[in-house]
Ligand binder design. Structure first.
Ligand SMILES: [Fe+2]
Length: 344
């Protein structure tokens, strides 16, 4: 079986290949691109000899102008211009440059089959949420049900009957009964959505972090019925600290930031004809709802986790208190595409 590192290597090659080949101008045309020199330079066109700091950025951008794909040229030119502007703005020292490179290297070294430091680092910078908001909800113009994937999704969670439990091993905590609907933007129910669920335990650990939990505990995959409904039983999750033993933890400590996420349940909805919905629904009474370490909370994603202290429990083995969550998701028309799993 491929390791996650191998899957990433393949994905990166594939994506880079698609960017390079997609919308490609003929390679012959690209070969004919003349590298330009910054205005006022006495060097011949195509020379990359650097005469001063001020002209470096334009020379680097010119060196990349032969990429056949317009999109690759656009993305890489912007990356270089912003990266250079960043260094100039803060007057980056050599020691800080060394620290930055070491941090990038450590992010890679800390990533393995059961942990993804790259996603975590993007999360604590708000970068994951920014990309999510830019690509959902009418390109960021309107409210969206989407949220960042986070580092804990696993691809093959167990298929579970509607109404079934996702407890795979004894997991003490208040019972939680979740009833959801999935609608299209006109309000019509969507049948046949595969809805993947995962969340942390009532003490704040995902099963892959916790030897006390069975494999795939608090994970399950459901199919919406003709009314777009799916439901399941679980236990109320707790908030948890993101892993702090790598570079992301160093940054949080250096900035006097706590590492906690407010409690939430993750959802991933997949059906042909609809943009894959990746989201989280947050527990409304969590003390850290206003200070998520990874900036994932939007008003739309705060759930009504209703406490029941009396009455007839929803199952015979349940005693008060228990919680219910009713929530409606809207999926936008678009491409059904599963993300690369951050962990195995
Ligand atoms: Fe999470």
């Amino acid at each position: 079986m491929q390791s996650i590192a191998e899957i990433y290597a393949i994905d990166c090659k594939k994506i880079l290949g698609e960017i390079a080949m997609g919308e490609a101008a003929p390679r012959a045309a690209a070969a004919a691109v003349q590298l330009s020199r910054p205005q006022g330079s006495s060097r011949p066109a195509g020379s990359s000899i650097i005469d001063n700091e001020a002209e470096l950025t334009d020379i680097v951008v010119a060196a990349m102008a032969g990429a056949p794909s317009p999109r690759m040229r656009e993305v890489m030119e912007a990356l270089v211009r912003h990266l250079h502007a960043f260094a100039r703005e803060v007057k980056l020292t050599e020691a800080e440059y060394d620290l930055g490179i070491a941090t990038l290297n450590r992010i890679g070294q800390a990533t393995h089959d059961s942990h993804n430091e790259g996603i975590l680092f993007a999360d604590i910078l708000g970068f994951s949420t920014l990309c999510c908001l830019l690509n959902n909800g009418n390109a960021g113009a309107t409210e969206t049900a989407a949220a960042l994937l986070g580092p804990f999704w696993r691809m093959h969670s167990p298929r579970t009957e509607n109404g079934g439990s996702i407890l795979r091993s004894p997991t003490p905590g208040p019972a939680l009964f979740v009833n959801c609907r999935v609608l299209d933007p006109t309000g019509a129910p969507i049948e046949g959505v595969e809805m993947d669920i995962w969340h942390a335990s009532p003490v704040g650990y995902y099963e892959n972090q916790d030897p006390q939990q069975a494999d795939m505990n608090l994970r399950g995959k459901f199919l919406t019925d003709a009314q777009g409904r799916f439901s399941f039983r679980s236990v109320k999750p707790a908030g948890y600290p993101v892993p702090t033993d790598g570079p992301a933890g160093d940054v949080l400590r250096a900035q006097n930031r706590h590492p906690y996420r407010p409690a939430h349940v993750h959802f991933l909805g997949y059906r042909e004809g609809f943009k894959t919905l990746v989201t989280q629904v947050f527990v409304d009474d969590d003390e850290r709802l206003d200070s998520d370490a990874v900036f994932g909370v939007t008003e739309h994603l705060v759930g009504d986790y209703r406490l029941h202290e009396s009455g007839t429990p929803p199952a015979p083995d349940v005693t008060a208190p228990w919680y219910t969550l009713d929530y409606t998701f809207v999926m936008e028309p678009g491409e059904a595409k599963l993300p690369t799993p951050p962990i195995k």
